[in-house]
Every structure is written in structure tokens, then in C-alpha cells.
Design a protein around this ligand. Structure first.
Ligand code: FAD
Length: 380
């Protein structure tokens, strides 16, 4: 039997994780990314124990431990008094309980770590997918903006919340704009002039919050991300430069620690916060969606990338040893295994209550994508 050929569309967290997993499962995989080069967006990312467990299998743990911050906890405090609502303690106890550490990193470092798990010759930059066609023999034909075209046994579309492939498979509809935006940035901790801040705290205000944490093991870089109402934000500019003075005004009444961080930050980006309801279907024939393309969520549980990374591990288990004729059934097993979990995280994330009060987080951090049972799809 010849090796199954799979094209992964998009080299974000989900696409790279898919390539890492599929190449180790004996699949002939190629990743097509529209960008000409990888850019290092100024943002942090929480790497949940559940995502770390997946990446352990690719030997990325030592690299990430060296690059990222190992926090004592994710603390949750009242926005003004600083009274502790719930302190979710991580560190060695959680590492033992969940089988992997909880780390706080720079997005660029996580992306680079995932890229290091994918042989360079499997990556094609400057390849924007512009056409996709499922053929009668189940193969899939792809065309790219640069004129390149190819035919493969199967396609994994990890092309993000504005997925082109989703639109082609199931029609066009915009994601749900929450009416809220996130300001975020990473900046040198030296700009705090020695002012001490917490390892990682979410400051809960009445209609807005801010999460602040270090992203480097030596505490040399600080990240924050906010969520606040801004119904008039033009959804066309999904990412734009924000005004730091407006941001400072918006968090005027917050604790001195928050105000100090916002005073020190030199510049910010702002993002529209979007999500979707769970899709009725993730795949059609030999084409499946993965990651934000099929289950985008608000960032309030810090689990979007973790879900895409978990998807990759389960997908590789479903596709292992499968030939072209078995792909469609494998994709349905993938969806049946993953959708209950990603739908629950989408719904829970939308409420923005995660860890606000004492919470049992075992169902999120304790999940192991390498051993969770593969589900059989319900008969149509
Ligand atoms: P993306 O990262 O969006 O990647 C899609 C890729 O596809 C891109 O590289 C794009 O260029 C490419 N692409 C698109 N169209 C085409 C095409 N036609 N042809 C070729 N390539 C194409 N998650 C966490 O786990 N922890 C966190 O702490 C966290 N914090 C967050 C904070 C904020 C403010 C936001 C907005 C999100 C946060 N997330 C977090 C969620 C996380 O960023 C996403 O869930 C994750 O990036 C999804 O990965 P993806 O690979 O599915 O999509």
C-alpha cells in the first residue's frame, strides 16, 4: 500500500501540530501556508497541561520549558481590591496530577517549537489555497494563488476562523462577533522599573477583565490581554493597533498593579473577539476542518490552541494505517471523538466564568489526546 498523502492547509498552531503528528503516523504530509514568512506576533499564550501532554510525544517539552515561564498559579482577583477569588495553583502538584506542566509562553516561541517538530521540506510558504475540488475517485485537487496545483488523498484544513475551506464545503457565514475586543501586547519587564507583579493574574471587573503574566523563565517579558465591550469595532479590521491612552482610561478604576502595567506598556494591538456555535459537520468526504476552522472560541479559558493541538493527536490516531478509501470514515471518527469536548469548551469559554470561583479543572487539564478512546460516529 502506498503512503496516504495529506495536504494540511495553514501553518498555524493546528496545522503545524497536525503535520508533526501525521508525519510520525507514517502519512506523507505537506503543509501549505499563505504567508511568505512566519511573523512573531507580540502576544503570549497559555500552554495547558493537556496541550503539553500532546507535545511531549514530539520531545518539545525541554525546549518549551527553556523558552516559557513556569507559573506558581493562575490567580483570580477582584479588579479593584485585589481580593483573591480563586487561586488555581499549578507548579509541581498540578504537573503530577495532570501529567505535564502548565506553561506561559510567547506565541512565537510556541509556534517555533511546533515548527521544529516538522521537517522543513514538508512546509510550503507563500501557498494561498484558492480552489479545492473533491473528485469522484475520492482524491482532492488543490490550486494555489502562486499557480501551483496538486492532487492528494486527503485534506486537513487548519486555515483558521475565517477558513476558506469551511466556506467552500458548507457555505459562507461570518463568525459571531461578541461585541468585545481584546487589547494585547508583550513588552520588556524592565519598563516596570522593578515594580513587582504577580506570576499570572486575571483581574475580574464588572464588565471587563485583564490577564497579566510573564512569558519568559527569567521574568524578562510581560504580556497582558484584556476583554472589554466595543460594539462599534469594525469587524473588517480583525487586528489593528490600539491606543494605549484609551486602554489606560478603560482600566482606570483597576488595582494599582494593573494601572502600573498599563502605564509601562509602550504599544498595543487590538482584536475583535469572535466565536461560533459548534458546526453540524466538520468533514465532507476526504476533506476535514481542524482547530479554529471548525471550533473557534473566545479566549477566556486559554484553550483554543490547546484544542487544535489535541485535535492533531487524535486525527493522527484516526488516520494511522488508513488508505484513501478509508479516509472519510476516519474523519468521521475524528469528529465523533473530538466534537463533544471542543463543543463543551466553546460553550464554557463563552460564559467567561472559567476559574472565576473555585472550579474543578480536571476535565480540561487531565485529558490525554493520545489515550482517549476513539469514538464511532452515530449512524445517520
Ligand atoms: P490559526 O492560528 O488562525 O492559523 C491558521 C493559519 O492558516 C494561518 O497561518 C493562516 O495564514 C493560514 N491560512 C488561512 N487561510 C489560508 C489559505 N487560504 N491558504 C493557506 N493558508 C491559509 N489559545 C490557547 O491555547 N491559549 C491561550 O492563552 C490563548 N490566548 C488567546 C488570546 C487571544 C486574544 C485570542 C484571539 C486567541 C487566543 N487563543 C489561545 C486561541 C488560539 O490563538 C487559537 O485557537 C489558535 O491560534 C488556533 O490555531 P489554528 O491553527 O486553528 O488557526
Amino acid at each position: 500500500m502506498s503512503r496516504l498523502s495529506v495536504a494540511v492547509i495553514g501553518a498555524g498552531m493546528g496545522g503545524l501540530a497536525s503535520a508533526a503528528a501525521l508525519s510520525r503516523a507514517g502519512v506523507d504530509v505537506t503543509v501549505y501556508e499563505q504567508a511568505q514568512r512566519f511573523t512573531r506576533l507580540g502576544a503570549g499564550i497559555q500552554i495547558g497541561c493537556n496541550a503539553m501532554k500532546v507535545m511531549r510525544a514530539w520531545d518539545l517539552e525541554p525546549l518549551l520549558r527553556r523558552a516559557a515561564f513556569y507559573p506558581r498559579s493562575w490567580n483570580n482577583k477582584e479588579y479593584d481590591t485585589g481580593e483573591v477569588r480563586f487561586d488555581m495553583v499549578f507548579g509541581p502538584a498540578a504537573e503530577e496530577r495532570y501529567g505535564a506542566p502548565y506553561l506561559l509562553g510567547h506565541r512565537g516561541d510556541l509556534h517555533a517549537a511546533l515548527a521544529s517538530a516538522v521537517p522543513e521540506n514538508l512546509l510550503r510558504l507563500d501557498h494561498k489555497l484558492t480552489a479545492i475540488e473533491q473528485r469522484a475517485d475520492r482524491s482532492v485537487a488543490l490550486t494555489f494563488a502562486n499557480g501551483h496545483s496538486t492532487t492528494v488523498d486527503a485534506v486537513v484544513a487548519a486555515d483558521g476562523v475565517h477558513s476558506f475551506v469551511k466556506e467552500r464545503l458548507f457555505g459562507r457565514d461570518e463568525p459571531n462577533f461578541t461585541g468585545r475586543i481584546a487589547y494585547r501586547t508583550v513588552f520588556p519587564a524592565s519598563l516596570l522599573n522593578g515594580y513587582p507583579i504577580d506570576d499570572c493574574t486575571k483581574w475580574w471587573g464588572p464588565d471587563r477583565h485583564i490577564v497579566i503574566y510573564y512569558v519568559k523563565p527569567d521574568r524578562s517579558e510581560v504580556y497582558f490581554v484584556t476583554s472589554q465591550p466595543e460594539p462599534g469595532f469594525t469587524v473588517e479590521s480583525w487586528s489593528a493597533t490600539g491606543d494605549v491612552n484609551e486602554l489606560r482610561k478603560a482600566f482606570d478604576g483597576f488595582h494599582p498593579q494593573v494601572r502600573k502595567v498599563l502605564e509601562a506598556c509602550p504599544s498595543v494591538h487590538k482584536w475583535a473577539l469572535v466565536d461560533r456555535d459548534p458546526l453540524p459537520r466538520w468533514s465532507a468526504g476526504n476533506i476535514t476542518l481542524l482547530g479554529d476552522a471548525c471550533h473557534p472560541m473566545t479566549p477566556y479559558m486559554a484553550q483554543g490552541a490547546a484544542m487544535a493541538i489535541e485535535d492533531a493527536a487524535v486525527l493522527s490516531r484516526c488516520l494511522k494505517g488508513v488508505d484513501r478509501d478509508g479516509v472519510a470514515a476516519a474523519f468521521r471518527r475524528f469528529e465523533a471523538t473530538r466534537k463533544p469536548r471542543t463543543s463543551r469548551v466553546q460553550a464554557s469559554s463563552r460564559t467567561n466564568t472559567w476559574l472565576k470561583n473555585p472550579t474543578d479543572p480536571d476535565w480540561v487539564y487531565g485529558y490525554d489526546a493520545w489515550t482517549t478512546p476513539i469514538a464511532e460516529p452515530a449512524l445517520a
